[in-house]
Design a binder for this molecule. Structure first.
Ligand code: PLP
Ligand code: CA
Length: 313
């Protein structure tokens, strides 16, 4: 939360805010619904904004469902939302891979491919491997596949985008051997590992994904989100994150709907994902207290912040 600088003011003049923007981006959990229950006042608020000609967009970091599945969730809550208005981090992962032309249409210069792998790899061993895997992806082969640690939403969106994948919730894998020096077999054509929330998570998946990222030259490591419930450790800081607060979805939306970012108000319940997402995009932001952050929690953060300032000085 420390990274979202809050010069927050209570919303006294809602009309002025509404008039000053053309698009409202709504976070979902904690703003539209809580679990499977609709939050009070949401239908009326959306109707009011629509009647004023505002564009409404819904963004969720929860990668377990596809856009179509979220469309059904909105419908089950009595809200009629067009699929085109929904952006889940499952979709963001597929859109990101498409934005880097993965794996189609990549013309690999055979000489470049050779220079990047063969000559350094053998003599310098691990070091060159580290260099290669840390480099931005400069070549991607036709047959590359994506290994998924995550649920159905990611699989559906990858398939819609034309990617082939392996892994996913059903991947029970094999028992991991504990013999020294043992390395399990893995697919050398995995060119990206996508990680999202996975209720069927197991050690086999971790080991398989790690092997792909470590052993396949240039293998991309993509995370759908970093919400505290699924917080990545410091060792995984270098994953490319596509959900909020990363700017990827904001850029995608602004481009898709030709919106000027200063004309957007991002409505969310979390400082570290939603509000930072809006701030990173240069949008107006509105924190609601219906979800993660209560006034009490905000006051606690503020007090902790004051204590840390005074104890440091
Ligand atoms: N990821 C998971 C697994 C969740 O359950 C949730 C919230 O329910 C989120 C992410 C955050 O979702 P949102 O961005 O809609 O608040
Ligand atoms: Ca939320």
């Amino acid at each position: 939360c420390a990274t979202a600088s809050v010069a927050a003011q209570p919303l006294e003049n809602a009309d002025a805010l509404i008039d000053s923007v053309e698009t409202f981006i709504f976070d979902c959990d904690g703003v539209i619904w809580k679990g499977d229950s609709l939050i009070e006042g949401v239908p009326e608020t959306l109707e009011l904004l629509r009647s004023k000609g505002k564009r409404l967009v819904f963004v969720t970091n929860n990668s377990t469902k596809s856009r179509k599945q979220y469309g059904k969730k909105f419908e089950s809550l009595g809200l009629s939302i067009n699929e085109e208005e929904i952006f889940a981090s499952s979709f963001a992962a597929a859109a990101y891979l498409q934005s880097i032309d993965f794996p189609k249409d990549k013309k690999i210069d055979p000489l470049l491919a050779y220079l990047l792998t063969a000559p350094f790899y053998e003599p310098v061993g691990n070091m060159s491997h580290v260099l290669i895997t840390c480099m931005p992806r400069v070549f991607l082969r036709e047959q590359e596949r994506i290994y998924v640690i995550g649920e159905e939403g990611i699989l559906i969106e990858l398939e819609l985008a034309g990617f082939s994948y392996l892994g996913g919730p059903e991947d029970g894998g094999k028992k991991i051997e504990l013999k020294p020096g043992y390395m399990m077999e893995h697919d050398k054509d995995v060119g990206a590992v996508v990680v999202g929330f996975d209720r069927y998570f197991n050690y086999y998946k971790v080991q398989y994904g790690t092997l792909c990222v470590r052993e396949n030259p240039g293998c991309l490591f993509l995370a759908t989100n970093r919400d505290a419930v699924t917080h990545l450790t410091d060792a995984q800081e270098w994953a490319v994150v596509v959900g909020k607060p990363s700017t990827f979805m904001m850029d995608y939306l602004a481009n898709k709907f030709s919106i000027t970012k200063s004309q957007i108000c991002m409505v969310g319940d979390r400082l570290d994902t939603d509000i930072l997402f809006g701030q990173n995009g240069g949008c107006k932001t509105l924190l609601v207290l219906s979800g993660m952050f209560s006034l009490h929690l905000l006051a606690t953060f503020f007090l902790n912040f004051l204590v840390s300032v005074f104890t440091m000085s």
